[in-house]
Design a protein around this ligand. Structure first.
Ligand SMILES: Nc1ncnc2c1ncn2[C@@H]1O[C@H](COP(=O)(O)OP(=O)(O)OP(=O)(O)O)[C@@H](O)[C@H]1O
Ligand SMILES: [Mg+2]
Length: 302
């Protein structure tokens, strides 16, 4: 297989996706690496139909890789994940609108281009969680207790671009993070950045049927193949607070090999799930999703 990986500067020395590239190369696949943040992009030359079986991107907030991935998709190439699906989750405001309209358990969500506009949110919605619409790694995620507190935070929030605000979902302070790779789900728990006092190291935990069903539905709704979902256990059940395309897959056993096999499977079939908001992918009434069987080529059994 011939693959093109777009490696954002942020991940140049990171385990993921570099280890996936190493794994694919060791299996004899050709992997071309483009560094969209570190090179002049010859946009009209970089993407030509038929050059690769798939283009792969692990996104970073505001990174230039998504522009190239979208160019590859528009030239008819398979992309991992589907480029439109990535757009659907990178913007947390858009993700909330899509998810709620498709019946996912997400908090009601407001979006505002300027923080002072959040003052219109009724006081009955407090406490609020306010965070950047393109945020990641817990950057600038705030628990805001009252409209007065919000007013005091306006200068600080003004630096963060488009913001979203949601009622805080009461929870024990432990996030359930679920990773999906090759159709299989792996759950971990870690301390919520809003509850640093819990001091829990991220570790594997059993996955409940209820959360598994929600996470499988997330994949179907957004059209993602490789993804992660952050869930908090609220008083009325699990609530999805974040969806990430191509997460770290931390704590997933043999993550690099699993992700590499999943990429090959998608490249072989020539289609990532994609654009599920336009073409809904059916999902069963599941306790857990059936694992996707990816045929292993010689030497891919790591
Ligand atoms: N509406 C909410 N109610 C309760 N807790 C929330 C809510 N929104 C976010 N949180 C908490 O804040 C954390 C960070 O939010 P979110 O995942 O959206 O930000 P992020 O920048 O993507 O962070 P990370 O990269 O660590 O996942 C969540 O994992 C959850 O613990
Ligand atoms: Mg998150």
């Amino acid at each position: 297989m011939r693959l093109c990986f777009l490696v954002e500067e942020h991940y140049r020395h990171d385990g993921m996706p570099i280890e996936v590239i190493r794994q694919l190369t060791s299996w004899g696949h050709q992997v071309d690496v483009l560094r969209p943040g570190g090179s002049l992009l010859r946009m009209t030359e970089a993407v030509r139909a038929g050059t690769h079986d798939a283009w792969v991107l692990k996104t970073v907030s505001g990174g230039p890789g998504l522009t190239l991935l979208e160019a590859a998709a528009s030239a008819g190439m398979t992309t991992v994940n589907d480029a439109r699906s990535i757009r659907g989750v990178r913007d947390k405001a858009l993700a909330a609108a899509i998810g709620r309209s498709r019946g996912l358990p997400l908090p009601p969500t407001y979006a505002a281009a300027r923080p002072e506009l959040l003052a219109e949110i009724p006081s009955s919605e407090y406490p609020l969680v306010v965070k950047p619409a393109d945020g990641s790694s817990g950057r600038a995620v705030y628990l805001v207790s009252s409209p007065d507190r919000l007013a005091a935070m306006v200068p600080e929030l003004a630096r963060e671009g488009m913001l979203i605000a949601q009622p805080y979902v009461a929870n024990p302070g432990i996030d359930v993070k679920v990773y999906c790779v090759g159709g299989e789900l792996y759950a971990t728990e870690r301390c919520s950045p809003l509850h640093p006092d819990r001091a829990v190291q991220e570790r594997r935990v059993p996955l409940s049927a209820e959360v598994a069903a929600i996470v499988a539905q997330v994949g179907a709704v957004y059209g993602l193949d490789l993804y992660g979902v952050d869930v908090v256990l609220g008083p009325d059940g699990p609530v999805v607070v974040d969806v990430n395309d191509f997460p770290s897959f931390r704590q997933v056993p043999d993550a690099a090999a699993r992700v590499a096999r999943a990429v090959l499977g998608l490249a072989r079939t020539g289609q990532a799930s994609g654009a599920a908001t336009l073409t809904p992918r059916p999902h069963p009434a599941h306790p857990a999703p059936a694992p996707v069987q990816v045929p292993a080529a010689a030497g891919e059994s790591a």
